[in-house]
Design a protein around this ligand. Structure first.
Ligand SMILES: NC(=O)c1ccc[n+]([C@@H]2O[C@H](COP(=O)([O-])OP(=O)(O)OC[C@H]3O[C@@H](n4cnc5c(N)ncnc54)[C@H](OP(=O)(O)O)[C@@H]3O)[C@@H](O)[C@H]2O)c1
Length: 281
């Protein structure tokens, strides 16, 4: 599994992680087993949020990560409505309790809401000073809001921007990815399978992925993920409810796509015209 230094923390983190939205479905024992299988496979970059299952997902992760916390780079998110100066601290305390840990490796503002960024970031800095979070970042910020976040937080403080990024939604490559790079902010792509399932040989472009997958002896899913983390400073966090899929996804961390592979995928899934607003799916 390839690792890349996660900004601010300077910790090597697996480029392929594990998302957790809807992880608590269909049942808790299975979810706990999947998370442990994912960790065994090397998916130790775990993404969650207080929003997921209204706290139930963090609670499941607390059980799944018991005794294994030190293996994991653990990320959670505060809901915008909770992200006031005081509310952020309280939300973090609740997340830590559900996750049964004393710290988060990164804590994100899930999307921008009613509270001034300065208040949320002041709370994040207080949590950093207390050792309750090791870094902080944002999510769903377009170029203009990212520039503002960096201005408010100060240079070198925003660790990542978590945004939608999959084969049919590559708009972030035009301006947001370069902006992240300029500011030393990691780009963490979410919903790499568009919340559904990977392409199949029957889908448009899927035949190209299938041929590349066969040559690398991995699945279409793994080729998809490898493409989405081909640029330096990028991560992806697929969600799965199956141990077998977790192992397939982890295999993507060892796939080295050739320039020709990348060019073929690029042609099969064009990035489209430049747009300023972020896609939401
Ligand atoms: N910051 C934000 O606003 C935001 C928004 C959305 C998501 N996220 C984060 O990003 C994570 C991932 O996004 P997502 O959950 O929306 O969708 P996703 O990862 O694009 O898609 C999940 C779906 O892909 C399937 N899948 C995963 N691996 C597979 C494989 N190897 N082969 C076949 N199917 C596979 C899963 O089915 P199986 O269960 O059957 O494997 C599941 O139905 C979330 O869980 C969450 O942590 C963040």
């Amino acid at each position: 599994m390839r690792h890349t230094n996660f900004p601010v923390t300077n910790r090597p983190v697996p480029v392929i992680g594990l998302g957790s939205w809807n992880l608590e479905r269909p049942d808790r024992p299975r979810a706990v087993r999947v998370v442990r299988a994912a960790l065994d496979a090397g998916l130790t970059h775990v993404d969650t949020a207080e929003m997921y299952g209204s706290g139930r997902v963090e609670d499941v992760l607390g059980e799944a990560l018991a005794g294994r916390r030190d293996e994991v780079f653990l990320v959670s998110k505060v809901l915008p409505g909770n992200a006031s100066r005081r509310g952020t601290i309280d939300a973090c305390e609740r997340s830590l309790k559900r996750l049964r840990t004393d710290r988060l490796d990164c804590y994100l503002l899930h999307w921008e809401g009613p509270h001034p960024l300065a208040d949320t970031f002041a709370a994040f800095e207080e949590l950093v000073a207390a050792g309750k979070i090791l870094s902080f970042g944002v999510s769903n910020f377009d170029v203009e809001r990212l520039e503002e976040a960096v201005r408010v937080a100060g240079p070198g403080r925003v660790a990542c921007n978590q945004v939608l990024y999959h084969l049919e939604s590559r708009g972030i490559e035009h301006a947001l990815l370069p902006a992240c790079r300029r500011h030393g902010v990691a780009l963490v792509g979410y919903s790499p399978f568009a919340q559904g399932a990977p392409e199949t040989p029957e889908t448009p472009g899927g035949a190209v992925l299938a041929e590349i997958a066969a040559r690398h002896d991995v699945t279409i899913a793994a080729v998809t993920l490898a493409f989405l983390v081909r640029e330096p400073g990028t991560f992806t966090i697929p969600m799965t409810s199956r141990g077998s899929h977790a192992r397939e996804n982890a295999a993507a961390g060892d796939v080295v796509l050739s320039a020709e592979d990348v060019a073929r995928i690029d042609r099969a899934f064009p990035r489209g015209a430049r747009r300023e607003s972020l896609d939401t799916l």
